[in-house]
Design a protein around this ligand. Structure first.
Ligand code: XUL
Length: 524
């Protein structure tokens, strides 16, 4: 019997999933989430981040993520799990965020003292106390400069898989290098959240995998190497400050002395971490092009495996590396659960009353529409936040609740056509995938069945599966991806959520009105 741990360091929380593999028997034996705002309130975050007054600059303390990791390891150690049976650990993290380390910090990684508290020791490794995260949208000027230097939007998308995006790491690094040149000069290495967390576990620098590196606007997507051109266009001497890129199944090391001594773990393998969306691809068992998933988390994302790294012709989507090799396509919406929560709170509801209110409003909302841009939107690109309503009374809770959910589903459909035009089945994950009313709207808008898995933590499950896959490879007993996911990614018991023929007809009409409303609101 072998145990594998998968972490997900997401925007608002840290999750750990432990899976047991005993021959063909596979099961999840532990699942726990620590929410940053509640578990670690002294970092002062709201929804896991610190947002400037104008709403554009969004950062988080990397020490908070490290602190959460330490607490989770303590919980795991006290949980009764047989630590000696843990053969490997891996993880997933919110994409694009960057962590800045000093030269001394890099050498100190392997000497973290198990007798002393973790967080202050980690603070001493950094040249920048706060990390920009994916919700940041303060770098429009940097995006323009990068695009121009690389030869335009299309050239950058062909090279790196995406046009320049404010939250992507290149724009963030450029802003830091130009506005804080002294701190940049003190920075020996710039990690992603994923590779930083893996480095903390291994007590030595971990590589960045192609899945997460492709969210930086810095990797040559076809070659899976840093692009000298993109790096030079971003900041002085950047290439020497970037970790190596290595396959997602690379062993980064073993759990360091700190974890072994402080909590009694063995020398389990640390497999490279990846981004949360690429990890969810594995945790949902998607490897064949033509499949589609939605992840309903802080951000909403729609993604699926693709055969060739062809960028989105509209420019809104991204091509990332897949942790199984190959590529995946993804479209990201910033107004995911944050928008749903805002509507819930604006009308003084809880989740069950939110669902009940939605059920009372007619499907299609009699044509009432909302553009739920509570924060600047990534897809479609909306620089200035602001909710727009059409034929929708702001005082009507039922219609507003239905409007936010319908808008999100229609936007997902419209902006995922470049990934796959039509699918029969969609796999749903993320916290809101527990809400069947919401999944019904997705089924009706996409005219597709929606299935969920027994866990809504696909990113953490994907990490645990990747830990197993990497461990088997490193032990000289490799498994195929089909075998690695088998038994973990079967749909939850019970029937899928079927689209209703009558509702499909309603949304086929409404989506045209929605598309027009969206287009007109962006252009003018
Ligand atoms: C993807 C993106 C978000 C974060 C959230 O491009 O920005 O989905 O990964 O954790």
């Amino acid at each position: 019997m072998a145990l594998y741990i998968g972490f997900d360091a997401s925007t608002q929380s840290l999750t750990a999933v432990v899976v047991e593999v005993a021959g063909g028997e596979r099961r999840i034996v532990f699942e726990r989430t620590l929410t940053f705002d509640e578990t670690l309130p002294h970092y002062g975050t709201k929804h896991g981040v610190l947002t400037s007054a104008d709403g554009y600059t969004v950062v988080a303390p990397p020490v908070m993520w490290a602190d959460a990791l330490d607490r989770m390891m303590a919980i795991l150690a006290a949980s009764g799990i047989d630590l000696a049976a843990v053969r490997a650990v891996s993880g997933a993290a919110q994409q694009h965020g960057s962590v800045y380390m000093t030269n001394d910090g890099l050498s100190a990684l392997e000497h973290l003292d198990p007798e002393r508290a973790f967080a202050p020791q980690v603070a001493a490794l950094l040249s920048r106390a706060l990390s920009p995260v994916w919700l940041d949208c303060s770098t429009t000027a940097e995006c323009r400069a990068l695009t121009e230097a690389v030869g335009g939007d299309e050239a950058l998308a062909r090279l790196t898989g995406s046009r320049a995006y404010e939250r992507f790491t290149a724009a963030q690094i450029r802003k830091f290098a130009w506005t804080e040149p002294e701190a940049y000069a003190q920075t020996a290495r710039i990690h992603l959240v994923s590779s930083f967390m893996a480095s903390l576990l291994a007590g030595r620098e971990a590589p960045i995998d192609p899945g997460d590196a492709s969210g930086m606007n810095l990797m040559d997507l076809a070659a899976k190497r840093w692009s000298a051109k993109a790096a030079a266009a971003t900041a002085p001497d950047l290439e020497s400050r970037l970790p190596v890129i290595a396959d997602s199944w690379t062993q980064a090391g073993e759990l360091s002395h700190y974890w072994q001594r402080r909590y009694g773990f063995g020398a389990a393998r640390v497999i490279a971490w990846t981004g949360d969306n690429p990890s969810s691809l594995i945790g949902l068992g998607l490897h064949a092009p033509g499949q589609l998933a939605v992840s309903l988390g802080t951000s909403d994302t729609v993604f699926g495996p693709i055969a060739e790294p062809a960028p989105d012709p509209d420019g809104a989507g991204h091509v990332f590396g897949s942790p199984a090799g190959g590529y995946m396509a993804l479209t990201c919406f910033a107004n995911g659960s944050l928008a749903r929560e805002r509507v819930r709170d604006d009308y003084g509801l809880d989740w069950s009353r939110f669902s009940a209110a939605m059920r009372r409003a007619p499907v299609g909302n009699l044509g009432a529409l909302m553009l739920p841009w509570f924060v600047p939107e990534i897809t479609p690109r909306v620089e200035h936040a602001g909710v727009r309503r059409l034929n929708l009374d702001p005082q009507d809770p039922e219609k507003n609740v239905r409007a936010v959910v319908e808008a999100q589903a229609m936007s997902m459909r419209l902006h995922s056509r470049w990934i796959v035009e039509r699918v029969e089945t969609i796999r749903a994950t993320g916290g809101a995938a527990a809400n069947e009313d919401l999944l019904q709207v997705i089924a009706d808008v996409f005219d597709a069945e929606v299935v969920t898995l027994p866990t809504t933590n696909a990113a953490a499950l994907g990490a645990a599966i990747r830990a197993c896959h990497g461990d088997r490879l490193a032990s000289g007993d490799p498994v195929t991806w089909d075998d690695a996911v088998a038994g973990f990614t079967d749909p939850a018991p019970g029937p899928p959520i079927y689209p209703s023929a009558a509702n499909v007809v309603i949304y086929a009409g409404l989506i045209r009105d929605y598309e027009r409303f969206e287009r007109e609101s962006i252009t003018g």
